[in-house]
Design a protein around this ligand. Structure first.
Ligand code: MRU
Length: 358
């Protein structure tokens, strides 16, 4: 069948991250929706490149991939010295932490792997079992993410009603997580229950995660989804078609400021102007109590060709100055609620986010 006429329908939701034998397989998200290509990775260096170049992207999926990257690092150690082994693991973690700066799930997952490695090195266990123990830890991170996303969806369901219009941005979907997504989890669960929602997916310039990934995965699931250019969101809201905005996030600061894909800030402004609730869905692993407020969140800047040649041909003059921040920060006062696996959190965020971790 011609891909222009109809995108292929897949029986199962596509999995972004998969451990197979003793290697890591990543779905190359840069090629979606036209091409399904699982890349086989066997070294931490390959995992670093895959995260950096966005073969795998989305905060939780980046964390899961990095955790398996640590396992690949452990596979390379052939000696018998526990301290030396631990040093190698710590080096791999420090290296993978430089792959992308904004999504805190990356650092959260690497810390978890490092802690596991420290406990192993301090234990009486033989070093021969360490590789398997680290692999089990990475697999737990992945399995827990699926459960956590489902819980996020369950907590969000009471905020939805039949026939509601929901606007989302970027891809905080199943492709960005182990399953279900964060912002999309309530959409999948509502769909399972027979509730009819009308989802609007921003295309999300410049990398088009909304068009290539969110529109694709929701369409695959049979959810009513309409694709919009980013600059159409205001008009669609003014028509009264949107009753809620739900987005994911790469990092929530301790005061509730939210870093997410560039364009999220503008959506929050629009939602406020139209009196539409603005919800952020995320796991606790995306909440960073060590970063006091949004201006302290490192914002990644990406190469200019994403803007000047993003559609496979030059769309801007040679030599033009380009600014390409991958994320922006929405101030906490514009966030109606943050939906987590532990429930719905509202202002005052500083106290209520901290309470989640007690
Ligand atoms: O640059 P990306 O595609 O990694 O950005 C992803 C996002 O901004 C998502 O909204 C965020 O990571 C949440 S994914 C559940």
């Amino acid at each position: 069948m011609n891909i222009q006429e109809s995108t292929q329908k897949y029986d199962q939701p596509l999995t972004s991250v998969r451990w197979e034998g003793d290697s890591l397989q990543l779905l190359d998200q840069r090629l979606l929706p036209e091409t399904i290509d699982m890349k086989n990775l066997t070294t931490p260096e390959e995992v670093w490149k895959a995260i950096h170049s966005m073969v795998v992207r989305g905060a939780p999926a980046i964390g899961i991939a990095a955790a398996y990257g640590v396992v690949l690092g452990a596979k390379q150690y052939t000696g018998g010295d526990k301290l030396e082994w631990l040093q190698q693991i710590e080096q791999v973690c420090a290296y993978l932490a430089t792959s992308r700066p904004t999504a805190v799930n990356l650092f959260w997952a690497l810390d978890r792997m490092k802690n596991k490695a420290s406990r192993l090195a301090a234990s009486e266990d033989g070093i021969s079992g360490f590789y398997g123990a680290l692999l089990a830890e990475a697999a737990s991170i992945q399995a827990e993410d699926e459960e956590v996303c489902r819980l996020i969806g369950e907590h969000a369901l009471p905020l939805l009603s039949d026939g509601m219009g929901i606007l989302t941005h970027c891809n905080a979907g199943g492709l960005a997580t182990a399953k279900y997504g964060t912002a999309t989890a309530p959409m999948y669960l509502a769909h399972e229950k027979g509730m009819k929602l009308k989802v609007y997916a921003d295309e999300t310039r410049p990398v088009l995660q909304g068009a290539r990934l969110t529109a694709f995965e929701l369409q695959q699931a049979g959810i009513d989804v309409t694709l919009l250019c980013d600059n159409m969101a205001g008009m669609v809201m003014s028509k009264g078609w949107v009753q809620a905005v739900i987005v994911g996030t790469d990092r929530v600061a301790a005061n509730g400021d939210v870093a997410n894909k560039i364009g999220t800030y503008s959506l929050a402004v629009l939602a406020k102007a139209h009196n539409i609730p603005f919800y952020v869905a995320c796991p606790l692993s995306t909440i960073d109590l060590n970063t006091a407020s949004g201006e302290l969140i490192p914002i990644e800047e990406r190469p200019e060709h994403e803007i000047t040649e993003g559609f496979g041909k030059r769309t801007a003059p040679q030599g033009i100055k380009v600014y390409n921040p991958a994320f922006d920060v929405t101030p906490n006062e514009w966030v109606t609620a943050i939906i987590t696996e532990k429930g719905i959190v509202r202002a005052p965020y500083k106290d209520n986010l901290a309470a989640l971790f007690r």
